[in-house]
Write a protein that binds this ligand. Structure first.
Ligand SMILES: [Ca+2]
Length: 153
């Protein structure tokens, strides 16, 4: 009896650690399955001359990897300094991507313009956050000093 309960305890522990091991890839998959930050081109190519085209070559992709459209009104993008972009009404379809460019421009399907006159994403390292209208942080992505961009997933 004693031996049997020890054996079943060991078996239960084995099952538990197996489920813990399985939890990691499952939660990563769940994360990618949601609305999340995609590629971030934090370093606008060429010299940072603050021209509108250069500002717009700095951007963030947000990807909707769910099976439903999501209304982004009130969702926010925020950097380490506290600069914040708040979405107006924008319906992102299932499986779709919306690009938020730093400079000025005319909003269209798949692209939103922050409307800034200076860069937001630091080339020397920064952190992007995607925040729900409730204030809950949905995703974040950070990078260090270096040229180019980062694939957040
Ligand atoms: Ca930049």
């Amino acid at each position: 009896m004693r031996t049997r309960s020890t054996a079943s305890a060991a078996l239960a522990a084995g099952v538990l650690s197996a489920s813990l091991l399985a939890a990691s890839p499952a939660s990563a998959a769940a994360h990618q399955g949601g609305l999340h930050l995609g590629y971030i081109q934090y370093d606008s190519p060429g010299s940072d001359n603050r021209s509108n085209s250069s500002l717009n070559a700095e951007w963030v992709n947000i990807h909707n990897n769910t099976r439903s459209a999501i209304q982004l009104k009130g969702y926010k993008l925020k950097d380490n300094t506290g600069y914040t972009y708040t979405f107006g009404s924008y319906n992102i379809g299932a499986g779709k991507t919306v690009k938020v460019r730093t400079g000025q421009g005319t909003n269209a399907s798949g692209v939103r313009y922050w409307g800034r006159g200076s860069y937001v994403w630091n080339n020397t390292g920064d952190k992007a956050r995607l925040i729900k209208p409730s204030g809950t942080q949905l995703d974040s992505c950070s990078w260090g000093d270096g040229p180019g961009g980062i694939s957040c997933h």
